[in-house]
Design a protein. Structure first.
Length: 447
């Protein structure tokens, strides 16, 4: 389907963003010309998925749509046990309620914002063990999502086994730029985890894109199919969770899948408490059917190549204009380096958020800050954390925008970049929530 887009004036956008307290989450979608805030649930479903919507079994218990989804998960991923949830953070809430307690340590590769939020909400600690190359946007490393095995081993040696319920792998790794994790690294993490008797859990929101990068960039797997690579990936994983609004190609949904029957029993009970009965878990039958189809479509090589090449095209246009981005380009998004873009704006004044606001004012393009605002405060001190990466993310919805849209986005950022040296001040916070502040924060400009 298509929808009309209102081309607002710059004056209108200045008023709207000020009214929204300079928080792009608070903008009405009608005020946005091109929406790259997230690739989560914003894609277009296929005709086969829409057909499943019409076939949805809305039975409270024993829905055939559930069994379609469960069979698909077991066939693709190899997990015999699965519960659906309404989205990824609901899956995190259930899984972490079953596994994470106060004082625990969760090492991994740059935990996603809601993942870290759920960990810290339980007074546990997320420890980033990503390789150093991930934090230098100028380095061309094919797998910047990789775990540094020395960092991980140090954490495992420093803490008792009972304090580390699992190691968390995020594929692809969103926070450092949608960067992939190599299968070699995944297998090495699994081997190290086995040595210490610790399970490996995966956040698999973009597992198909990760498999595509393995095929394209890891020589040992260039002749393997995407499905074969996926099978090898999940052979290294004890339990996983997913926001199915990404590589599930669905508008709503999530899931937890595990090989551990005891854990499955626990999360099933929690699913009933928090989401719904285990054969719908917060999802309608029609959405489960659409997700079952989407999980298969996401593994099609031609789709993945088209998807990744569109993101690559935008990255190349931005680099052509001199705009500094995380390289190599990741799978689902472009991450613009705000610290290099605005060298005169202190990180304490949220340059990533300034870049997001200015891109909206200039062209009505909405992105998301992945930087100091999102990093939030240290739970122990209450002070801002300053991540090594402070970026603006443009996440590309699947099967939605054309090349002309990408040209428009690139031209918008070129215009902002040409006057970058005029910016010396960013924002200060008027109000912030105690956790995950970036969703609801109220800001004002520094003058």
């Amino acid at each position: 389907m298509v929808e009309p887009v209102y081309f607002s004036s710059k004056e209108e956008r200045i008023n709207w963003i000020k009214h929204a307290d300079y928080n792009l989450f608070k903008l009405d979608s009608d005020w946005v010309i091109i929406d790259l805030m997230t690739d989560s649930g914003t894609g277009a479903m296929s005709e086969q998925q829409w057909a499943e919507v019409m076939l949805g079994d809305e039975s409270y218990a024993g829905s055939e749509s559930y069994y379609k989804l469960a069979r698909t998960v077991e066939e693709i991923m190899g997990f015999p046990h699965m519960v659906p949830t309404h989205q990824g953070r609901a899956a995190e809430n259930i899984l972490f309620s079953a596994t994470v307690k106060e004082g625990d340590i969760i090492p991994g590769n740059a935990h996603f914002d809601t993942t870290k939020g759920h960990i810290e909400f339980r007074k546990a600690h997320a420890v980033d063990c990503t390789i150093d190359a991930a934090f230098d946007t100028t380095i061309e490393h094919p797998f910047k999502g990789n775990v540094d095995l020395d960092k991980l081993k140090k954490i495992l040696d420093e803490h008792p086994r009972e304090k580390i319920p699992f190691i968390n792998l995020t594929i692809t790794c969103n926070t450092v730029g949608g960067q992939p994790v190599s299968l070699e690294n995944i297998k090495a993490v699994k081997a190290l985890a086995d040595d210490y008797g610790i399970p490996v859990y995966m956040d698999i929101a973009r597992y198909a894109e990760n498999a595509y990068f393995i095929k394209k960039r890891e020589a040992a797997y260039k002749d393997k199919s995407i499905q074969e690579i996926v099978h090898e990936t999940f052979a290294c994983c004890d339990t996983c969770w997913m926001s199915s609004k990404k590589d599930g190609l669905a508008n709503m949904g999530g899931l937890i899948a595990t090989k551990n029957e005891e854990l499955f029993t626990t999360i099933s009970n929690l699913t009933i408490i928090y989401e719904g009965f285990i054969t719908y878990g917060g999802m309608s039958g029609r959405d489960m059917g659409a997700l079952a189809v989407g999980l298969r479509e996401a593994l099609e090589f031609d789709y993945l190549e088209s998807r990744v090449e569109q993101v690559q095209y935008l990255g190349e246009k931005l680099m052509e204009y001199g705009v500094p981005i995380q390289t190599p380009v990741g799978g689902h998004a472009i991450f613009i380096d705000a610290l290099r873009f605005f060298p005169n704006v202190p990180q304490a004044q949220y340059p990533g958020q300034l870049l997001a606001v200015e891109s909206y004012i200039e062209g009505g393009v909405r992105g998301t800050e992945i930087g100091t605002l999102l990093a939030d405060r240290d739970p122990a001190t209450g002070l801002d954390r300053y991540p090594e990466l402070d970026t603006l993310r443009f996440a590309i919805p699947r099967r939605v925008y054309s090349r002309n849209h990408m040209d428009y986005v690139a031209a918008t950022m070129r215009n902002v970049f040409e006057r970058r040296n005029q910016y010396t001040k960013g924002f200060k916070i008027k109000w912030q929530a105690p956790i995950l502040r970036h969703f609801t924060v109220k800001l004002e400009r520094n003058v």
